[in-house]
Write a protein that binds this ligand. Structure first.
Ligand SMILES: NC(=O)C1=CN([C@@H]2O[C@H](COP(=O)(O)OP(=O)(O)OC[C@H]3O[C@@H](n4cnc5c(N)ncnc54)[C@H](OP(=O)(O)O)[C@@H]3O)[C@@H](O)[C@H]2O)C=CC1
Ligand SMILES: Cc1cn([C@H]2C[C@H](O)[C@@H](COP(=O)(O)OP(=O)(O)O[C@H]3O[C@@H](C)C(=O)[C@@H](O)[C@H]3O)O2)c(=O)[nH]c1=O
Ligand SMILES: [Mg+2]
Length: 296
């Protein structure tokens, strides 16, 4: 059976990877900012209200963590009010609404991976705005899934992998935070999980709720940076100096422990934590081939 998705956020990391999954079994209509601006929640809701798609997926968000500190009202419209309005429109049609959220809803305390039942306490405006979205999506009352993921990266877009490769080419040494730990997650793996959940809903096997889904093993940003440079064969790797968070001040504090326990999504949907090292191989291959002009 062909599954049809209406996707908001076609130009983002997850949006691009969702489009790549389209094919005979998966029809994807995706909307960019010009087609659906989440700064206008009612316009987005109206778009949902007239869709013929089986499932709506929101991959759009205000993701500039530091910028959100000085722009919280706008971030909260995009990350809170808009998903809420879209989810209510989906609920009115009886179609499932899939939404993506973040590890930054947690305060980063403790050392064990966070469960969906653990208390949330965001440290900054981005996390607060995303939490608002989670709550409004649940309150809409329709079939829904909120996928909390972390440290999303891809061969395209704005992410830590591309930042490291850019800085690594410019400098001999990098100072990287070593006391924030999490699960790097490839956008392609997030997209595949969203499609699996959408298919489950279409087949009557959907389970509503919040689900954690992040890559394994858990590492620090410093360890992730080293793994990136190990695979960037075209670069002379920079020296990496491990630093504490205090040595890298940012407008928004980041959680120290943002590891996510992904047991619930395994039980509900049979989805296992992806090994980010395998996914990173594919991303580095894509970046290497782009450099070599393969496929250009
Ligand atoms: N990046 C990460 O590390 C993580 C992301 N997430 C969540 O995953 C989801 C996908 O993130 P990711 O793919 O990384 O996002 P990106 O930062 O790569 O892209 C954001 C997307 O949202 C769109 N967008 C932003 N503002 C608006 C707006 N006002 N109207 C319409 N579209 C808008 C952007 O469009 P444009 O190109 O026009 O700017 C772009 O398509 C988000 O919900 C995010 O919160 C969760 C954990 C980690
Ligand atoms: C560039 C750089 C960053 N860092 C640190 C800062 C920060 O703690 C960490 C990662 O930097 P970033 O700016 O990529 O991180 P950030 O934008 O906070 O990434 C987050 O984005 C949002 C959207 C999410 O939802 C989160 O899951 C998470 O992926 O690395 C260094 O220590 N040295 C450096 O040279
Ligand atoms: Mg960032």
């Amino acid at each position: 059976m062909t599954l049809s998705l209406l996707v908001f956020g076609s130009t983002g990391q997850v949006g691009v990877e969702l489009r790549r999954l389209g094919g005979p079994d998966l029809a994807i209509e995706s909307l960019d900012r010009a087609a659906a601006d989440l700064a206008d929640p009612e316009a987005c809701a109206a778009r949902v209200a007239r869709t013929g798609a089986d499932v709506v997926v929101n991959a759009a968000a205000y993701t500039a963590v530091d910028r959100a500190e000085g722009d919280e009202a706008a971030a909260t419209v995009v990350n809170g009010a808009a998903p809420g309005a879209m989810a209510r429109a989906a609920a009115a049609r009886g179609i499932p609404f899939l939404h993506v959220s973040t590890d930054y809803v947690f305060d980063g305390g403790g050392a064990r991976p966070w469960r969906e039942t653990d208390p949330v306490a965001p440290l900054g405006a981005y996390g607060r705005s995303k939490l608002e979205g989670e709550r409004r999506v649940a309150e809409a009352g329709g079939p829904h899934a909120v996928l909390r993921t972390a440290w999303v990266h891809a061969a395209h877009g704005s992410n830590f992998v591309r930042t490291m490769l850019r800085l690594g080419a410019e400098r001999d040494a990098l100072r990287i935070v070593d006391d924030q730990r999490g699960g790097p997650t490839a956008a392609a793996d997030v997209a595949a999980a969203l499609v699996a959940i959408a298919r489950a809903f279409a087949e009557g096997r959907g389970v509503s709720g919040v689900f954690h889904y992040a890559g394994a093993p858990t590492v620090s940003w410093r360890e992730f940076a080293e793994a990136i440079f190990e695979r960037a064969h075209w670069l002379a790797p920079p020296r990496i100096e491990p630093i504490p968070s205090e040595a890298y001040p940012t407008p928004a504090p980041r959680p120290r422990n943002s590891a996510l326990d992904c047991g619930r999504i395994g039980a509900a949907y049979g989805l296992r934590q992806p090994d980010w090292r395998c996914s990173l191989e594919a991303i580095m291959k894509e970046l290497g081939e782009a450099r070599d002009g393969v496929g250009a």
